[in-house]
Write a protein that binds this ligand. Structure first.
Ligand code: NOJ
Length: 549
């Protein structure tokens, strides 16, 4: 079924319950034989994605970029980098995705641009006090110290000093991320206007939605006041520390008061964006990447703001039934007051792969499957990062291969995110596993032991995680009704029900749990280990099931 009829009156809003597959274009599939993934490669694999059972694709940035932060340093938000193809390729991909019944979302990076963006180059050339510099945050200092103590999320100061044409030290500019990613000044009308152009550009091309990068970060404290605890803030902003603990809650408070996150004025920007999106038929939407505490989340999903906010709790949830239940309740209640559906993600290009995070090896594999079986039964939208459906673990890369600026800016103290970004294995027994026809090395080296986790190998194994995902992603469309938790009597077993006697159970303990004792007529529909089925008596450790009782 193609998506060719767009009407405002669709009673089924596609994004409320969509499963969205995140394509990281550089590492998805090489369609032109240059050892780099590209848009033609994505188009070639649309049948794979449609068969997987997802409803939409989100493309991480494919815009012209010097790639200092894998494309999140954008030199032209309305273009396509030649390494990924052309604008015609983008149009062709959007149309072909619609023909396959898949929606397309693209990434917007409105907090910063690349140092190669013409605006930044013009600002450097124009000098202090110019309208060109007013589009960024350029400040003077009377010493060798940066204008304030703000820190980059990638490590080091959030300010870099320019050099005047005569060689003397010049003004400083703000970059919350890498120094190659200058933050734009959202109080400058040029910035707001240009972003409306960008929204319309992609909406006119037919995209169905946007993922908004650092959606909580656009507006800054224009007094540029020092922070009370910049070091604490840096730690708080490290994704891997967000474990839901009271310590993390305190750190989140730091983020709230950071001077550059989650400021009230943001909502004026998103109200304008929303008005533009609402002009277009077809339920166009935007999901915000906003790392904010639960009580602030609903602000990003109101009828005058964006449509969804990523729920990141499953990226960090502990392997513990009680904590998992609390996490699910918290995530659902965070958006319940504005009647918005929750969203779930087990992994993305910024986080460790779920298999690795949950222990690695066979245990990590089993838990990753079980967590997916739980998540795919929850209401709301599901975001699936490429390779998650193959059960890939983080690749163990040599430091010499690492490309993430997090690694270099922290001088290796943090390894960075490259391990989750390695090109996908499609077929064959050795690198490049069908990813490319080129004999050139892939941009990040693939492990030697991926022969069993290629798409080809997993499709032919009925018990593979890929076949599990294909089952749950298709079947989740039929799962309806509110979530009701059921007391299992065990601190290691979480159970919830949806409509019509449909239940989900997960065992995070180390001993089997007797399902039959509590549900004598239980009939298992799906099991994360793909072994049990039919009338089951026992739920093994690190296993989750969907069952009718
Ligand atoms: C969040 C993106 O997901 C991440 O990959 C990027 O490095 C930062 N934003 C900066 O754009």
């Amino acid at each position: 079924m193609g998506i060719d009829q767009r009407t405002q009156s669709d009673h089924h809003i596609w994004w409320h319950n969509a499963a969205v597959y995140q394509v990281y274009p550089r590492s998805f599939f090489d369609g032109n034989g240059d050892a780099l993934g590209d848009l033609v490669g994505v188009q070639n694999k649309l049948p794979y994605l449609a068969a997987l059972g997802v409803d939409a694709i989100w493309l991480s940035p494919f815009y012209p970029s010097p790639q200092h932060d894998s494309g999140y340093d954008v030199a032209d938000p309305r273009g396509v980098d030649p390494m990924y193809g052309t604008l015609q390729d983008a149009q062709s991909l959007i149309n072909a995705a619609h023909d396959h019944g898949l929606r397309i979302m693209v990434d917007l990076v409105p907090n910063h641009v690349s140092q190669d963006h013409p605006w930044f180059q013009a600002a450097l050339a124009a000098g202090p006090g110019s309208p060109e510099r007013a589009r960024f945050h350029f400040l003077d200092t009377h010493s060798d110290e940066p204008p304030n103590n703000w820190v980059s999320l990638f490590g080091g100061p959030a300010w870099t000093r320019t050099t005047n044409p005569d060689g003397t030290p010049g003004q400083w500019y703000l970059h919350v991320f890498d120094s190659s990613q200058p933050d734009v000044n959202w109080t400058n009308p040029d910035v707001a206007e240009d972003w409306i152009r960008t929204l319309r550009f992609w909406l006119d091309m037919g995209v169905d939605g946007f993922r908004v990068d650092v959606a909580h970060g656009l507006v800054k404290d224009m007094n540029y006041s020092d922070l009370p605890d910049p070091v604490g803030l840096t730690e708080a902003l490290r994704f891997d520390l967000d474990d839901g603990s009271p310590e993390m809650a305190a750190k989140r408070l730091l983020i709230e008061n950071s001077g550059f996150f989650d400021r009230d004025e943001l909502q004026d920007i998103y109200a304008t964006w929303r008005a533009v999106l609402d002009e277009y038929a077809g339920d166009r939407m935007a999901v915000s990447e906003a790392w904010v505490p639960p009580h602030r989340a609903s602000r990003y999903v109101s009828p005058t703001s964006l449509h969804q906010i990523f729920g990141f709790d499953f990226l960090v949830v502990a392997w513990d039934a009680e904590i998992m239940q609390g996490t699910i309740l918290k995530a659902m209640s965070a958006v319940a007051d504005v009647n918005a559906p929750p969203t779930w993600a087990l992994s993305n290009h910024d986080s460790p792969r779920v298999v690795t995070r949950l222990g690695g090896g066979e245990v990590g594999q089993a838990r990753a499957r079980a967590l997916a079986v739980v998540a795919h039964a929850l209401p709301g939208a599901m975001y699936v990062f490429q390779g998650e459906e193959l059960g890939l673990a983080d690749a163990d890369l040599p430091d010499s291969a690492r490309q993430d600026p997090v690694f270099s800016r922290t001088k290796g103290a943090q390894k960075g995110r490259d391990g989750a970004r390695v090109p996908l294995p499609w077929s064959g027994a050795a690198p490049p596993y069908g990813f490319t026809e080129s004999t050139t090395n892939t941009w990040l080296p693939q492990p030697d032991d991926w022969a069993q986790v290629t798409v080809e190998a997993e499709l032919s194994d009925p018990r593979s995680i890929l076949n599990l995902y294909r089952t749950t992603l298709h079947e989740r469309r039929a799962v309806t009704g509110p979530v009701t938790f059921v007391d299992s009597g065990s601190e290691n077993v979480m159970i919830f029900s949806r409509d019509s006697g449909f239940h989900v159970a997960v065992n995070t303990g180390s001993t089997p749990w007797d399902i039959g004792a509590m549900f004598p007529n239980c009939s298992v529909m799906v099991s994360s280990d793909m072994q049990v089925g039919g009338k089951e008596e026992s739920l093994p450790p690190n296993c989750a099931v969907w069952f009718i009782a």
